[in-house]
Every structure is written in C-alpha cells, then in structure tokens.
Design a protein around this ligand. Structure first.
Ligand code: BV8
Ligand code: ZN
Length: 244
C-alpha cells in the first residue's frame, strides 16, 4: 500500500478534517456493498426494493428483506477501519464523520459525532405519522406491522431512492465539507446523489481530498490523492503514522 508523504504532511498540519464513508468501509465487517460484483444489488433489484414505490408495491417483501439485512448488520462487528476513524475523532481540532451507511458500525466502534445521510436500518417509523418503533420485524411476516397511533404502515428508518435526505444532515454535511482542511472519501463509488457530490464541495472549497478505496471511482480524477487499499488496512496505518 502506497501512502505518499504529502498525505501525512497535510493531515499532520490539518485543524479540521471531514470524512465521508460508504458501503466499502463495512465490507471488511462482512456486510456486502451495493455495487461490487458480489454486492447486495448484484442479485436482487434493490433499487426497486429500496424505494417508496417498491415498498408500496410489496411491503411484505421489502420488510422481510430489511429484516434479513438487519440480522446481518447485528451479527457484524466494526472492523479496524471503523475503530481508526473513532480514534481520529480525537486527533484533530475539528472532526466530522458523514456516512451513507445505515449499519451504525461507526457508532458501535465509538464514533460520537456521526452524520447519517441515509438513515439507519436499526430503527423503524410509521410511514404516515413518523412515530418511531423499535420492535424488530420477524423474518417471515404473517401480517403487516401497523402504527398504534394512526394505523399507518411501519417502515425502516432509511432514506429510500426518490426520498429527500434529512435536511439538517445534508446541510451539516455540506458545511463540514466546505470548511475542512482535509477531506477523506472512503469506500464509496460516489454514484448516489446528493451524497456523492459532497467530496466535490470539499475540493471546490480548497480542501485536500484523499480517496481511500481499492478501486478508482467516478470522482478519483478530481481528487488530490488516493490510497488504493482496503479501509481496514489504510486507516490504521494512517493513525499509526500520525501518532508518531
Ligand atoms: C434524492 C439506504 C431528491 C437504503 C440508500 C433518476 C431517477 C430518480 C432518482 C435519481 C435519478 N438519478 C439520480 C437520482 C437520485 C438518486 C440516485 O442517486 N440514484 C443513483 C442510483 C443514480 N438519489 C436519491 O434518490 C436520493 N434522494 O435524490 O432526493 C430526489 C427526489 C425524487 C426524485 C429525484 C431526486 C436518495 C438516495 C439514498 C438511497 N438510499 N441506502 C438501503 O440501503 O436499503 S443508497 C445506498 O447506495 C447506500 O446507502 C449507499 O450509501 C449508496 C451508495 O453506495 P456506496 O456506499 O457508494 O457503495 P457502493 O457499493 O456503490 O460502493 C462501494 C465502494 O467501496 C466501491 O467503490 C468499492 O470499490 C469500495 N470498497 C469495497 N471494499 C472496500 C472498499 N473501499 C474501502 N475498503 C474496502 N474494504
Ligand atoms: Zn402513525
């Protein structure tokens, strides 16, 4: 794994660091990514399932799919990449972690200040009145879970395709991208918008943008540096060299 000296220099001088993570940082925890060859979406048509249209068309299939994914998430453990980011939180004057992931592994690794752009798979809410619900769905549904308050359908608290992102999360993410000295873009294809444009806001505002991903992505050529390695290997190495 090659880490050019400039990366360590800019990070050592940085006061404010902002990070965006995608499914790739949870790959080493055994959670499939979305677009890798064996990814979640290679088989199912998740872009339909992970959408309000898909849910309304077949709530039982969608809820059982989330129940299955929730089980995988609960069995998964944070990996060294998650722990390294939790440690980085205390290494800079300002540190903001923005994630597209819904697995809450960052929080389980100890990261405190996490901006979740696409919600989370752990909680549920009423489709109509947004009352939160925490009971898990059974793997096989005999009837559709309904809101005790208004009778609406209960759904996972994730952001589906075609749904707006939480406004405050998106605003806070953009502010953190625009004011940081260094931006780390980790484990994402950057193909889903508006999350995928956030690294470019950082670049546009003068930050030094580093991509950590074994593969090139649609934004690689716009960025300042790449570490072409798995996050679980690159991030602990960065922390080690910054500690020196
Ligand atoms: C919105 C939660 C306004 C659900 C997710 C046409 C019609 C309609 C809409 C659109 C359209 N064109 C564009 C849009 C907008 C759409 C979009 O971007 N579509 C894409 C597919 C083109 N976006 C939306 O709909 C968003 N809302 O725009 O609202 C609006 C409203 C109405 C109409 C239009 C616009 C909402 C998007 C949120 C969707 N929800 N997740 C669930 O998961 O069930 S998105 C889902 O994909 C994940 O949350 C994830 O964040 C996201 C992106 O995936 P990545 O994280 O990047 O993962 P991926 O697999 O792609 O990449 C993994 C990367 O990791 C790879 O690069 C790989 O090399 C790397 N990697 C692998 N191993 C490692 C690694 N890296 C490091 N270490 C490793 N070990
Ligand atoms: Zn309700």
């Amino acid at each position: 794994m090659k880490i050019i000296p400039e990366i360590i220099e800019v990070l050592s001088r940085a006061k404010s660091v902002t990070v965006l993570t995608g499914a790739g940082i949870s790959a080493e925890s055994g959670i499939k990514t979305y677009r890798d060859p064996d990814g979640l979406w290679a088989k199912l048509k998740p872009q339909e399932l992970a959408s309000i249209k898909g849910f309304m068309a077949n709530p039982k299939v969608v809820l059982e799919w989330y129940a299955q994914r929730r089980e995988t998430v609960e069995e998964a453990l944070p990996n060294p990449g998650h722990y390294a980011l939790a440690e980085m939180e205390n290494m800079f004057t300002e540190f903001t972690l923005i994630t597209q992931n819904i697995d809450r592994l960052h929080q389980r690794a100890g990261s405190k200040n996490v901006i979740e752009l696409h919600g989370n798979i752990v909680e549920n809410k009423c489709l109509d009145c947004e009352t939160p619900y925490y009971e898990e769905f059974p793997a096989v549904l005999t009837e559709l879970p309904r809101c005790k308050k208004c009778g609406g359908l209960i759904r996972p608290s994730v952001v589906w395709f075609g749904e707006m992102l939480p406004e405050k999360a998106l605003i806070d993410a953009e502010i953190a991208a625009r004011k940081c000295d260094v931006f780390l873009c980790i484990g994402t294809t950057a193909e889903v918008t508006p999350a995928g444009t956030i690294p470019l806001y950082a670049k546009d505002s003068g930050a030094y943008v580093i991509e950590i991903n074994p593969n090139d992505t649609v934004i690689s050529r716009y960025l300042d540096a790449q570490i072409k390695a798995p996050a679980g290997v690159a991030l602990p190495e960065l922390v080690k060299r910054l500690r020196i």
